[in-house]
Design a protein around this ligand. Sequence first.
Ligand code: AMP
Length: 580
Amino acid sequence: MSIISDFNDDEKGMVLEGLTLNVKQIQDDLLKEILTLNSGTEYLQNFLHGSSAKEIFKKKLPIVTYKDVKPFFDRVANGDSSDIISALPLTNFFMSSGTSGGANKLLPSNNKFLDGYAFINDLLVHVISKHVEGVDKGKGMVFHLTGHETRTPGGLPIEPGTSWYLKSDYFKNRPSNWFYSYTSPDEIMLGSDLKQNLHCHLLCGLVQRDEVVRISSTYASGMVRVIKVLEDSWKELCSNIRSGHLSEWITDSGCRNAVSMVLGGQPRPKLSDEIENICSQKSWEGIMKRLWPKTKYIEAIVTGSMVQYIPTLEHYCSDLPLVSTTYASSESIIGINIYPLCEPEDISYTLMPNISYFEFIPVEGDIVDVVDLADVKLGSSYKLLVTNLWGLYRMRIGDIVKVTGFHNKAPQFRFLGRENALLSIDTDRTNEEYLFKALNRAKLVLKSSDLRLVDFTSYADVSSSAPGHYVIYWEVNVINEDMKNLEFDQKTFLECCSVMEDSFDDEYRYCRSNEFVGPLEIRVVNDGTFDSLMNLSISKGTSVTQYKTPTCITSEKGLQVLEKNVVARFFSTLSASHFA
Ligand code: AMP
């Protein structure tokens, strides 16, 4: 992978053209490089016996899941030499947030991952500045967060990919262009106390509100959380700005010093009045643009399980475009969105052929039909496999993607969801795609009653009823801010139960009609319950920037948090015969 940070914009454009024109050659060369480099590893020796030929790789190397290769990863984590899977030393483990069941995966990595990360960022500099005029005329309020790091028994650091990047020399020696120009000093991004870091990020962003041209957080869920912190603490933030002094409870010395430099001990009563004036207005609709008037877009991933946050973001950000730039995972950086200003429902990612070797199992086919990146078909859906330079070979990452078009020869993919069935009571298997379809229909019903879904998760409850049934936990709030109390309108929630059930697939209908599955239940939980769920996960080592609410919850502790907060229950009134 070439270093392109010193390239000018035209040159970066040419790199993107070159990559997308020569997909097949680049992928074949990369596979050759991976196999030649790693042919001596114990893992590849077992199957390929020293060969680096593509035909042998395709014929002999098994397609695996995380569970299959976990014993190798565990050996490295426990102190075995990394050359059992990778010729290049493995230096880090990533804690992948895992999107199904909330289970974390531990994946080995090394600097090659960061090469990819830096490369993609450099390409994004080109793609975004091509579409967003004036983005280079100010700063980014970017909610980079690091959190704490743990170690494997063998002593290798365990952290999310984004944290590792922020602590690395790649970030320290980053290019000096608009993409890396932030309102927050690095110390805030590198601090380990998330509450303190968010307060300081917001403070720096508010003090420089006239310079902010973009607001960014990795996932939409993170952006929603930032807005919640703003809602809870704008008075305190204003008081800090008014006095020129940071609140005493911020004890992280790195943050304190960095923010002191920004505040300079200078009282700013006028600025504080302006912000107070905006925040004390009854409606917070469009607040982001009012607080940061020069903002051109909000950057956050809004695809996949993040789709559910779009209405909330649209409420607070009004007409600001929501820009979803990157598709990445702990297994590999995968692709970028080369049309950053497109509507959320049109977002597709162009896979970058020089980062990892990608293969695709057709959803409607067999494992023997696995195809290369250059051979996927428009309109088809696939399960994604990754072979990378640092020890992952033909690994199913669990994502399902659909080909929506091509840029030159490079296919573009819409993210459809995770592979695993989420909810299952009997022979029914309801996956994310169906669950989201059902939720989208229910959200329309909620909207017509002035209610908004804040967050959700689901659970296959096989113990409280016989037959078992699907439980959907919902946190909702009111759209119309005049309505002080959230009234549980029985009719609305019952209708939500029915439209959801009616959206599931034939197998669900079959099970429901035969009473193998009972009526779906919505359990409404208290305001803030999903924040508590997130805090629980973070306390167990998940990074706040990578955290995604599990679409289906299996953790006992997580369930307890939800159950403690249930304030109302509604069961679908549709009869079994309705599904026949
Ligand atoms: P992690 O390993 O914790 O970074 O999680 C990676 C997973 O997050 C991917 O395998 C996807 O399921 C999901 N993900 C990452 N980027 C996107 C995106 N742009 N759109 C939808 N889902 C994404």
